[in-house]
Design a protein around this ligand. Structure first.
Ligand code: ATP
Length: 471
């Protein structure tokens, strides 16, 4: 299994490194396992994904506002949320080769999702034996008993080591929203139903990180907590599941690669009355992309108990106070980026029978929107091309490339998913007949079709194609 997974992702990982999308972390010091750095194109992709999410889930909605809360919170937050007591996974070690694994993952791989739902550690240990679970590395079936492993990273606040207070790096951004609920409800005049969205880094000391950027210990999340009146939560739960699925299609993810997996009753957290995983079919199989959960009033109730602050919502029109229910769509930025890479990547044949590696990114998502390619190194031609390049650069990321054959330049742009290539040739400068003066050729990446466009219209042509109706 491990080998197959590595092979399936190998091409993508090496293309990402070769083309400056994602680099292995700390590489000049022999690396640091499962850490990744986003290169020049990767950072643009990531920014586009976050901008699109923010626009769709926050900026374009009158019922949702944004927040940027701290990574370090008072440790009592994590006691109240249950993370100190139970944010842990069942860790097992192979007694033969010392491979470390998550017992729940090993069992789910063999028995299906939700197989260990509601099971305690003794039951999990028995299931490992009954199902003769093998070590993925050496094939042995000899495992240690499962142990609880808390996933929160600890650190200390204070200047002298050992004397400070222990704090945690947040394992999710959501709690920052709950502890600011009252601030937002009171000071920002938000009326229920309303949501609060946040994008930021989260940290989990995962036992088995891997599959490229699918599971890492440091990652970014885009989370939204939608506060609604008790009794309306099922309606909103359905609304947000549909909304999330529609948005994934809008940004170009293939529908047939997505599915919703509703959690069974046994699998639901004790506080949830509905949870779904939106899953994507990765090269290594189906995996969670986005969790949508109806969390009842659990989090706010916990914070009321632990902080002794009244966090109830005051409905002034109905003159009543209540603890709102919450729907939470929680998505990983890096996880969605991996979906984008897997979904858009293809090896195709060109008209001349050559292989071309191409990312079919939605133009709004693509890291570079257009490339300006002068057909020859003629001074006048290059000067026209450079002027167009400088003009477009003010609007969106664009590249200028004058080296090698036009075919090679197209291939280079295909490999990073640039949707449009603009060619400036002798016709453009009137050296190929007056009727072609001022005209350029714009080649579309997917169809490879070419449009002839007046140079003064290139900017508006591209703007319309790249940002048609904002997804
Ligand atoms: P799992 O059970 O696989 O550990 P989870 O169900 O605990 O994951 P959530 O807490 O629901 O995950 O997190 C919300 C979203 O954040 C996930 O759907 C995923 O997109 C992202 N995410 C969670 N953990 C990681 C991670 N270690 N690396 C990258 N993205 C992550």
């Amino acid at each position: 299994m491990a080998k197959k997974v590595q092979d399936a992702l190998k091409d993508l990982v090496s293309l990402c490194k070769r083309r400056g999308i994602i680099f292995p972390g700390s590489e000049i010091y022999d690396g640091l396992a499962n850490t990744w750095d986003y290169g020049p194109y990767g950072v643009e992709l990531k920014r586009n994904i976050k901008d699109l999410w923010w626009k769709k889930f926050v900026a374009s909605r009158s019922d949702i506002v944004g927040l940027d809360s701290s990574i370090l919170l008072n440790p009592k937050v994590w006691e109240a949320s249950g993370h100190v007591g139970s944010f842990s996974d069942p860790l097992v070690d192979c007694k033969v080769c010392k491979e470390r694994a998550r017992a729940d993952h090993l069992l789910e791989e063999k028995l299906g999702a939700g197989a260990v739902a509601g099971k305690n550690f003794t039951e999990i240990a028995a299931m490992m034996r009954e199902n003769a679970i093998q070590c993925p590395k050496c094939g042995s079936k000899d495992w240690t008993e499962p142990r609880s492993f808390n996933l929160m990273f600890k650190t200390e606040i204070g200047v002298v080591e050992g004397t400070g207070n222990q704090v945690y790096l947040r394992p999710e951004t959501a709690q920052g929203i709950f502890i600011n609920f009252k601030n937002i409800a009171d000071n920002c005049r938000q009326k229920i139903p309303f949501g609060v969205g946040q994008i930021g880094k989260s940290f989990r000391n995962e036992i088995t990180p891997g599959n490229f950027i699918f599971r890492t210990r440091e990652f970014e999340q885009m989370e939204m907590e939608f506060f609604c009146k008790p009794g309306t939560e099922q309606e909103w739960y359905k609304y947000w599941k549909d909304f999330c699925m529609e948005w994934l299609s809008e940004i170009g993810i293939r529908k047939e690669k997505l599915r919703i997996r509703e959690h069974s009753k046994e699998e639901l957290s004790h506080y949830s009355n509905g949870t779904s995983d939106i899953e994507y079919e990765f090269p290594f199989g189906w995996g969670e992309l986005w969790g949508v959960a109806s969390r009842t009033n659990f989090d706010l109730t916990q914070h009321i108990e632990h902080s002794k602050v009244d966090l109830r919502y005051h409905d002034k029109i109905a003159n009543e106070k209540y603890i709102p229910f919450v729907i939470e769509p929680a998505l990983g930025v890096d996880r969605l980026l991996l979906v984008m890479l897997c979904d858009a990547y293809d090896i195709e044949k060109t008209e001349n029978g050559e292989d071309r590696a191409v990312f079919h990114f939605h133009p709004t998502v693509a890291p570079v929107k257009a490339a300006i390619l002068p057909l020859s190194k003629d001074d006048e031609l290059m000067s026209v091309a450079e002027n167009l390049y400088k003009q477009l650069l003010k609007r969106f990321p664009v590249e200028y490339d004058e080296t090698q054959s036009i075919g090679k330049r197209y291939r280079r742009q295909d490999e990073i998913g640039t949707p449009y290539c603009v060619t400036i040739d002798f016709g453009t400068i009137g050296k190929d007949g007056e009727d072609k003066r001022g005209l350029v050729t714009i080649r579309e990446r997917d169809s490879m079709k070419q449009d002839i466009v007046k140079i003064e219209n290139v900017e508006s042509y591209l703007m319309e194609k790249i940002y048609p109706t904002q997804p």
